[in-house]
Design a protein around this ligand. Structure first.
Ligand SMILES: NC(=O)c1ccc[n+]([C@@H]2O[C@H](COP(=O)([O-])OP(=O)(O)OC[C@H]3O[C@@H](n4cnc5c(N)ncnc54)[C@H](OP(=O)(O)O)[C@@H]3O)[C@@H](O)[C@H]2O)c1
Length: 298
């Protein structure tokens, strides 16, 4: 079996940190750089990173993920989320490197009454969603063999996620307003990291004809309200901060960027084709809350 050499765009982000932890267990040689060494808006830095790390596979876990800010800074969102992936895909193809790109449920409009599959038509509601969709298209144009994974409501003990945010808010607020009418498939970042490594292995071994879109989503379905309540209950159980949850509608919350009310992704194709499995929700929640509480800082 060829020893795997993987380069990852993104170092301090949630998926990037989960990949770092997973690669250690899987004895994979992983090189990582974020904005410091592989800025997606800097083609020369990207090419230098690729030439230095000589990977079999590049995983792009770098992204401009500020949904609300993107409404007034669409140019930056497109530079990082669309033009950066286009350059990266072009470079990967030129140098014979496999590419695994990452995208989001926010490419959908949320009107579908069931989980979104890879066959469903995108219809982004926000500047962020449009920039991510443009990135998907650019990657497919420049590197047809590339895989674009889509993920939804990523959480973990790493970096900044809904878990660390909710616990942080609960430190200073007795009650949190959380939307009750957005439903999604919360997915544990360490599981996503393992799935990305599995895809990388399959691509390098040439075991499957695997390219195009692939949803990486756990089968767990819940609203943001359910998720916040579960986080608060688990935080309290582990001796951390607790706040009451006040349900609000998305309309009343009135965030600058529109989110899909139905953000559910179907992970069926990934499970069937690659045997991807998911940590049970309660176990993943307990680990995430424990990790966030242990590192303090929230
Ligand atoms: N978090 C979610 O709930 C969620 C939901 C749907 C989809 N996704 C998708 O999942 C992927 C990973 O997201 P995440 O939540 O792990 O990310 P994250 O925690 O928000 O971190 C963002 C990452 O992007 C890197 N980055 C930002 N601007 C960059 C630039 N100009 N050049 C290079 N790297 C840059 C950061 O680099 P540094 O390491 O230098 O800080 C960091 O590693 C993204 O494609 C995102 O759209 C996430």
């Amino acid at each position: 079996m060829t020893p795997l050499r993987i380069a990852c765009i993104g170092k301090h982000g949630q998926t990037a940190q989960a990949l770092h932890a997973a690669a250690g267990y899987a004895s994979i040689e992983l090189r990582q750089a974020g904005r410091d060494g592989a800025d997606l808006t800097d083609p020369e830095a990207l090419e230098a990173f690729l030439l230095q790390s000589k990977p079999h596979v590049i995983i792009n876990a770098g992204s401009y993920n500020f949904l609300d800010r993107a409404e007034t800074d669409e140019a930056t969102a497109f530079a990082v989320n669309a033009e950066g992936p286009r350059t990266l895909a072009r470079l990967c193809r030129r140098h014979g490197v496999e590419l695994i790109h990452m995208s989001t449920d926010c490419v959908f409009d949320g009107a579908k009454p069931s989980p979104y599959t890879e066959e469903d038509d995108p219809g982004p509601l926000s500047a962020y969603g449009r920039s991510k969709r443009a990135g998907e298209i650019a990657v497919a144009q420049e590197h047809p063999e590339a895989i674009t994974t889509r993920v939804c409501w990523v959480f973990s003990e790493f970096a900044d996620s809904f878990i660390s945010k909710a616990i942080g808010w609960a430190r200073t607020q007795a009650s949190l307003r959380i939307v009750s009418d957005q439903i999604g498939t919360p997915t544990y970042a360490p599981d996503i990291a393992l799935a990305l490594l599995r895809i990388a292995r399959v691509k390098v071994d040439g075991a499957h004809d695997l390219h195009g879109l692939l949803h990486l989503a756990s089968p767990e379905v819940m609203t943001r309200l359910d998720m916040a309540r579960a986080i608060m209950a688990e935080s309290r159980r582990q001796g951390g901060p607790f706040a009451e949850i006040e349900p609000v509608t998305t309309a009343a919350f009135n965030a600058p960027a529109r989110r899909p009310l139905n953000a559910r992704l179907s992970g069926a194709r990934a499970s069937e084709r690659l045997g991807i499995t998911w940590t049970p929700w309660q176990t993943a929640l307990e680990r995430s809350v424990a990790g966030v509480l242990a590192r303090g800082g929230w």
